[in-house]
Write a protein that binds this ligand. Structure first.
Ligand code: 5RP
Length: 264
């Protein structure tokens, strides 16, 4: 299978080969809009879009630098792209045990956040991203460490497939990492603002804390809501990334990678 920009040729076929297929040339056989060769053209899958943006993020990474690395299936593609760099990074600061293991598996040194004074870029995915670059994160339970590493970085490069782009945050349940003894009070606070909170079953974060997921919020002012929730006793961190919103989003779309940049 070969990828050609916005589509993938699932099965290459010359006209003779197509004529010999039992069902004959199917309607799905088309000319590739990019190179004109015949084949079965299929739209890219969500995972292929994630791979596309994972690779595209390499353009923001200085060879020999220390890079901030997020967590999730999109970032896994970024880690693979890091491993393919002809001149590699000197190391990474990782936002989760999972990403650390993947970086180590590729022989990329992982530094503690406390060992660096700053990072050029932090590359991470998102569960949702709004028109200002504010995000919901934490679907993979790594929100606290993600915010810590993002805070060290000069630039947050968000990598996401187009399903993550939304006009208003809140369709994805908002993750909140909490100290266990505060769960009931924090859930009451969310219920009072119209949300439906639930404790994420069978999950503790890398820091050993439970997570609350809040459905039914329409987050029209992410900055204000992030500030408010951060003040509640027992909140370790909230998965609204407004203060640490993206500088750039590389969005995987049917027509290729779109680069969105956000005013500060
Ligand atoms: C993990 C995260 C991820 O960035 C977010 O869940 C997106 O994940 P994926 O790339 O698998 O869609 O915030 O805590």
């Amino acid at each position: 299978m070969r990828r050609r920009g916005r589509c993938r040729i699932v099965r290459e076929a010359c006209p003779d080969a197509l004529a010999k297929t039992s069902s004959g040339p199917s309607k799905a056989v088309q000319k590739c809009p990019i190179d004109g060769r015949p084949g079965i053209i299929a739209p890219m899958t969500q995972d292929e879009l994630k791979a596309l943006v994972g690779q595209a993020a390499i353009a923001y990474v200085q060879p020999g630098s220390i890079v901030g690395v997020g967590t999730g299936s999109t970032v896994n593609h970024f880690i693979e792209a890091l491993a393919r760099m002809p001149v590699r990074v000197a190391g990474a600061v990782s936002s989760s045990v999972q990403s650390t293991a993947r970086l180590h598996a590729h022989g990329i040194p992982v530094l503690e956040a406390n060992e660096v004074t700053g990072l050029g870029v932090y590359v991470d995915g998102a569960d949702e991203i709004d028109p200002r670059g504010c995000m919901i994160k934490g679907g993979g339970a790594a929100l606290t460490r993600e915010k810590i590493v993002a805070d060290l970085a000069g630039k947050f490069i968000c990598i996401a497939d187009e399903s993550k782009r939304v006009p208003v945050l809140g369709g994805f349940p908002l993750p909140v990492e909490v100290i266990a003894m505060s769960i009931a009070q924090i859930m009451r606070r969310f219920a009072a603002m119209g949300g439906q909170p639930s404790v994420r079953a069978n999950v503790l974060t890398d820091n050993g804390h439970p997570l609350i997921d809040v459905r039914g919020l329409s987050i029209t002012d992410p900055d204000a809501l992030e500030r408010e929730i951060n003040q509640w006793p027992g909140v370790v961190s909230v998965g609204i990334f407004a203060r640490h919103r993206a500088h750039v989003c590389l969005l995987g779309t049917a027509s290729g990678v779109q680069t969105l940049t956000y005013e500060r």
